[in-house]
Design a protein around this ligand. Structure first.
Ligand code: UDP
Length: 240
């Protein structure tokens, strides 16, 4: 079932169901796009129709972040649970370890995707790393990278270019790549590689992961100003 929030349709699936859906996509062999939707993206999409269209044309949209889960509740259309990009990536790689799935990691600074891939392989020996490439390339280089991914023949393509560039890149090149599951995962490679730390569990439980990121990276302050604006928009739209 899909629930509507500020014009975006979100799949009401928990983590296990989301992974199962991805497994279905892989079995079908046809290309699919997955979006982990966070408040920042959804807020921006209110003013940029093309960003909303990318969400509503995706094959699977997850509620990435406490803000989205909260907003769905306020809107009277609660979703089962938060399914973030990084958690989904880790769960898909764990399942991939049993299934022998091939994964390709595209994005982050030079060296990071390789380090993340190495860690994933250590944790999930059955997982096959089909390839990696950093995320600092020009539009003109995209053709070469697309060809590289196509040849590597992954089941899953993880793209960490930051939102919304990763969603736009996937939508543009997915028809040529034809990978069964293509998914944007933001800063996940930085965390999986060990270069950046994720908020401690207690902060995740208190739903203040955003505060941790703000303390660690004060430059995110401007970006995070979107969060109260998003909250206000939700309250105004659904409560007033
Ligand atoms: N990135 C990239 N190419 C770029 C800009 C960013 O590969 O041209 C990477 C960056 O190194 C980081 C990720 O994209 O690993 C974005 O991380 P961020 O934490 O900003 O993601 P978000 O908050 O969107 O999940």
């Amino acid at each position: 079932m899909r629930v509507e929030l500020l014009g975006a349709y979100i799949d009401d699936l928990n983590m296990d169901e989301t992974v199962e859906k991805a497994a279905e996509f892989i079995r079908s062999g046809r290309p699919h796009r997955v979006i982990t939707l966070n408040p920042e993206y959804l807020y921006r999409a209110q003013a940029r129709r093309e960003l909303l269209d990318l969400v509503n044309s995706a094959d699977l949209v997850t509620a990435d972040g406490t803000g989205i889960v909260w907003a769905c509740k306020i809107a009277g259309r609660p979703v089962k649970e938060r399914v973030t990009g990084i958690d989904l990536m880790l769960h898909l790689c764990a399942r991939g370890g049993y299934e022998g799935w091939r994964v390709f990691l595209l994005g982050a600074a030079p060296g990071v995707a390789e380090e993340a891939a190495e860690r994933l392989k250590q944790q999930n020996p059955g997982l096959v790393i089909a390839g990696t490439h950093h995320g600092y390339f020009t539009d003109a280089e995209s053709g070469r990278i697309v060809e590289m991914i196509r040849r590597a023949g992954p089941h899953i393509l993880f793209v960490a270019l930051g939102a919304p560039r990763q969603e736009q890149w996937i939508a543009r090149y997915q028809p040529r790549i034809g990978v069964p599951v293509a998914i944007g995962v933001g800063g996940s490679f930085d965390v999986i590689s060990g270069r950046k730390k994720r908020a401690p569990r207690w902060m995740q439980r208190l739903k203040i992961e955003w505060l941790y990121r703000l303390i660690k990276e004060p430059s995110r302050f401007k970006r995070q100003l979107v969060l109260p604006k998003f909250a206000l928009l939700v309250l105004r739209r659904y409560l007033v």
